[in-house]
Design a protein around this ligand. Structure first.
Ligand SMILES: [Zn+2]
Length: 295
């Protein structure tokens, strides 16, 4: 028995030594990103190890500033950013700047390659009023635009999300992000979300923790919920038949926020799920596939 105990304490000592060897700070700078192959329209999760005990770490990528969070799970700093759909293929700089508790500053640059995404084309048929809305609906559409604009401007300065983003429903996906769409043979646009097959009444869950910044009926989106996850990251759930939250509510990851439906410009009941970061729509599938530390 005492022998087993001794073996266990030796094992613990060994483990503790190994773990502390990976603790922040690292011997030198190191950075990784997910997905490893970035394309235009992709969310990106950066992980950075710094050679100094830092109190804060900030990043700049594609002209956007964002802050990193430290994690014991990865012994690293991690931060969320995005590559807009309009980004041209090329090599871009990730700049990271850290500051120690004593005020010592340190910085590093990394070159990040962005390739061109290949998004498909599809043809969609909807009610004509959703392709060329009648004049009398101008005020309705203008009110919806104003509500969206206000919601998008109300982002929390700190990240509210943690761990992996989970799927909003258990159902299969249909329409993918980025596909070029031709509505009724006329209007062309790009599909800026991920569609989930969902009959009316299917439970829709918050993909991560956040604040409800919009929960109302909009012309094109139908009954729509928007969740702010902080620092400009917003998830959007459209065409709902019912709301289960109201504006201002704090929601936990996985919380029921509504029931799916076919309201607004929809070909039938389904869930349109979108991801917006700093005014740009990003590929929701990639967000759902990220592995943030601790997930
Ligand atoms: Zn859709």
């Amino acid at each position: 028995m005492s022998c087993l105990r001794r073996q266990l304490s030796t094992l613990c000592l060994l483990l503790c030594t190994v773990l502390s060897a990976f603790a922040i700070p690292a011997k030198k700078w190191a950075a990784q990103w997910e997905p490893t192959k970035l394309v235009n329209g992709s969310p990106v999760l950066f992980r950075v190890a710094a050679p100094l005990q830092l109190a804060e770490l900030n990043g700049n990528f594609l002209g956007q500033e964002f802050s990193f969070r430290s994690s014991r799970a990865c012994h690293c700093w991690y931060g969320f950013a995005g590559v807009s759909l309009a980004t041209k293929p090329g090599t871009y700089t990730l700049r990271v700047e850290g500051k120690s508790a004593g005020g010592k500053e340190t910085a590093m640059n990394y070159l990040v390659r962005v390739s061109a995404a290949h998004y498909p084309t599809s043809t969609i048929t909807v009610a004509p009023a959703f392709v060329e809305p009648p004049k009398e609906l101008d005020p309705v559409i203008a009110a919806a635009d104003a509500a969206k604009k206000q919601a998008f401007s109300a982002t929390d300065p700190t990240p509210l999300w943690s761990g992996a983003f989970e799927r909003p429903t258990d159902t299969e996906t249909s329409g993918v992000f980025g596909s070029a769409r031709v509505y009724n043979g006329k209007k062309k646009s790009q599909h800026l979300g991920l569609d989930f097959r969902a009959s009316t009444g299917t439970p829709v869950h918050a993909t991560n923790a956040g604040t409800v910044i919009l929960a109302r009926a909009l012309y094109f989106e139908g009954n729509c919920v928007m969740l702010d996850h902080g620092q400009g990251l917003v998830t959007v759930y459209m065409h709902l038949s019912e709301f289960k939250v109201k504006e201002g509510d704090k929601v936990a990851a996985g919380q029921l926020i509504g029931l799916s439906g076919g309201t607004g410009r929809a070909t039938g009941p389904h869930l349109h799920f979108a991801v917006r970061w700093r005014g740009e729509y990003l590929d929701p599938r990639t967000l759902l596939e990220l592995h943030p530390p601790g997930s």
